[in-house]
Design a protein around this ligand. Structure first.
Ligand code: ZN
Length: 282
C-alpha cells in the first residue's frame, strides 16, 4: 500500500453519515432493523418506509394527518378529571393525572375534534395512549358521548381511533360506567343514519374494546395491532395453554371475522373517505 493511499480519507459509509447527525434524530425499526431519519418516519405518520412497521402515533399528529390540512378544531378541550373516590395509591389520582398531562402534552386521554375529510364534515377523535395508557375514565367517556352528539347534530360521520389499556382503575365504577354511557350515545347517533367508523390501533383492549370500539358500522384495524379484552398473557395464565401465533393481532382477527378490514396508516384517510361516500355520508 502506498503512502498516498494510506493517507486518503475513507469513503463515507452509512455509519459515518449517521454519526454526523446528533443522536435522537434516528429511529430504528424494530421489525426490519432499518435506521431512518426520525423526521422522515414522522412525515410517514410514524410508519417504517422500508417494511411498513407501524410505530405508536400521538393523537394530535394522527388527527392532523387524517383531517384536511388546517381544518382541525378541537372540542371539549377543557374537560378535566375529578376525583370523587379520593383515590390514592402511592400518589393521589389528581397528581397522577397532572403528571400524565405533562408527559403526554394533552389534557386528558382523548382528543376530540371537528374537521373535514376531503371537504366533507366529520367528527374525529383519537385516544392519547401516553396519558395513563389511554385509559377510559369519566372525561374520555364524556368526550366520546360528545363525539356522537356532535355527529348527530351535524349529521356527519364519526371516526374514532382507539388505543387504550381499558378502564381507568383510579375511577373505579365510574370508569366502568363509561362503557354503557358511550354505547347508549352511539345507539342514539344511529338514528341519523350516518356512518360510525371505528379504527383500532395498537393496543385496543379492556373496556374500550368491549364497548364502542368493536361496535363500528365498519371496523378497521391497523396492521399488527393488538386488539382484545384481556391481554394474551392473562389468557394464557388463565387457561394454562399456549395461544396460537398472532393471536389477537389484526391479521388473526380479520381471519376470524372480528374486524372488517386492515388498512395501513398512510392509506387510512383515503379508505375512510371512500367508506363514508359508499355509506351515504352527505
Ligand atoms: Zn421497518
Amino acid at each position: 500500500m502506498t503512502w498516498f493511499k494510506r493517507m486518503a480519507a475513507p469513503k463515507p459509509s452509512g455509519d459515518a453519515k449517521r454519526a454526523s447527525v446528533p443522536s435522537g434524530l434516528w429511529t430504528k425499526c424494530p421489525s426490519c432493523g432499518e435506521v431512518s431519519l426520525a423526521e422522515e418516519v414522522s412525515r410517514n405518520l410514524e410508519t417504517c418506509g422500508d417494511c411498513g412497521h407501524h410505530f405508536r402515533l400521538d393523537a394530535r399528529h394522527r388527527l392532523e394527518g387524517f383531517l384536511d390540512e388546517g381544518s382541525l378544531t378541537e372540542v371539549a378541550a377543557g374537560l378535566l378529571p375529578e376525583d370523587p373516590l379520593e383515590f390514592k395509591d402511592d400518589k393521589d389520582y389528581l397528581s397522577r393525572a397532572k403528571g400524565a398531562a405533562e408527559k403526554a402534552g394533552e389534557s386528558e386521554a382523548f382528543l376530540l375534534a371537528k374537521g373535514r375529510l376531503f371537504g366533507r364534515p366529520v367528527v374525529a377523535g383519537s385516544f392519547v395512549f401516553r396519558y395513563m395508557g389511554g385509559s377510559m375514565g369519566s372525561v374520555v367517556g364524556e368526550k366520546i358521548v360528545r363525539a356522537f352528539e356532535l355527529g348527530a347534530e351535524a349529521r356527519c360521520p364519526v371516526v374514532i381511533f382507539s388505543a387504550s389499556g381499558g378502564a381507568r382503575m383510579q375511577e373505579g365504577i365510574f370508569s366502568l360506567m363509561q362503557m354503557a354511557k358511550t354505547t347508549v350515545a352511539l345507539n342514539r347517533y344511529r338514528s341519523v343514519c350516518q356512518p360510525y367508523i371505528s379504527v383500532l390501533t395498537d393496543p385496543t383492549t379492556g373496556g374500550v374494546a368491549a364497548s364502542f370500539a368493536l361496535l363500528g358500522d365498519v371496523i378497521i384495524a391497523e396492521p399488527g395491532a393488538l386488539v382484545g379484552f384481556a391481554g394474551p398473557r392473562v389468557i394464557e395464565q388463565t387457561i394454562r395453554q399456549k395461544l396460537p401465533e398472532g393471536f389477537q393481532r389484526s391479521e388473526f382477527l380479520l381471519e376470524h371475522g372480528v374486524i372488517d378490514m386492515i388498512v395501513p396508516r398512510p392509506e387510512l384517510r383515503d379508505a375512510v373517505a371512500l367508506l363514508c361516500q359508499h355509506l351515504g355520508a352527505r
